[in-house]
Design a protein. Structure first.
Length: 298
């Protein structure tokens, strides 16, 4: 089951990104907790595919492994959401949309002193595929560090770039939790990223498309520019291991979140760590568990 999650917590303002929720993933070909969005046409322009920064490229099915060049085509993806830096700013990890016909993809960067134009070159099967897309990451190597140069896509549109040095990641998660692919984006000059983890998806069945499969809660991490300066945490806040105050919130949907401004970051940089019930009527992770994850961020 899919849901749209707008990352706007305690002033955090960035692009609305599609994240898989805590119910069974109806698309078995998607990696666990990957984001899924619907694309406009079945396979004619299914843009992108590929590996995340740390995973291997998507492999074609045996039926699509023909050695004939006519069985595949290379497309220049036009669905790029954003990017973040890695390897001392000598890599741009480009967030884009992969399709069911995708075999592999690679990131390409053309650099000048003031700008970087990025492409995601996607190898697609010449076939009719379902109109479903999967958010993936492809890495483009840079000849010089990013250095806050403007990044553009093939259409000339600005690609939001998150400085990877600012991003925190957990060193502890509940047993069996997986996922965590970074989804980067932004609007109006504000940038941020989102990740989500959860237990292995329950095996899908014929009712998976309409029935939420009972599952433990998922946990999501959003980081990015906020509209508000660093806030003073109200009563009921929790003190993290590093002495930072985190605001605790519970909403009427049963979600539990911790929101704070981490030390060593710009005052507008916010973090929101949230747990949601796997399905309506189930419980989120406990506050103690959420605090343990928060204290493991590094």
């Amino acid at each position: 089951m899919n849901r749209q999650q707008t990352l706007a917590v305690a002033g955090l303002f960035m692009a609305s990104l599609a994240i898989i929720g805590g119910c069974a993933n109806p698309r078995g070909t998607a990696s666990a907790r990957s984001a899924v969005i619907v694309v406009s046409s079945p396979g004619v322009t299914s843009p992108t595919v590929s590996s995340s920064a740390a995973s291997s490229p998507v492999q074609s099915s045996p039926a699509a492994s023909s050695s004939s060049a006519a069985s595949t085509r290379i497309d220049d993806s036009t669905q790029i959401n954003g990017a973040y830096t890695a390897d001392s700013e000598r890599e741009l990890v480009i967030n884009y949309v992969a399709g069911d016909c995708t075999v592999s993809a690679r990131g390409v960067a053309t650099e000048t002193a003031t700008s970087i134009t990025v492409h995601v070159m996607v190898t697609n099967r010449n076939a009719v595929c379902e109109a479903v897309g999967y958010i993936r990451n492809a890495v483009a190597q840079l000849s010089a560090p990013w250095g806050h140069r403007v990044v553009l896509d093939s259409s000339g549109a600005v690609v939001p770039v998150v400085d990877g040095v600012l991003l925190l990641s957990p060193s502890w998660l509940p047993a069996g939790y997986q996922g965590g692919q970074i989804v980067a984006g932004g609007t109006d000059g504000k940038v941020g990223e989102a990740q989500e983890w959860g237990p292995a998806a329950a095996a899908s069945n014929s009712s998976a498309a309409t029935t939420c499969q009972p599952a433990p809660a998922v946990v999501s991490l959003a980081q990015g520019d906020g509209d508000l300066p660093a806030f003073s945490a109200p009563p009921g806040s929790q003190t993290l291991a590093n002495g930072t105050l985190a605001m605790v919130e519970r909403d009427d949907q049963g979600d539990l979140s911790l929101d704070w401004t981490p030390p060593g970051r710009p005052g507008s940089w916010m973090i929101s760590l949230q747990s949601e019930p796997g399905c309506p009527g189930y419980q989120p992770l406990s506050l103690d568990t959420l605090l343990k994850i928060a204290n493991s961020l590094h």
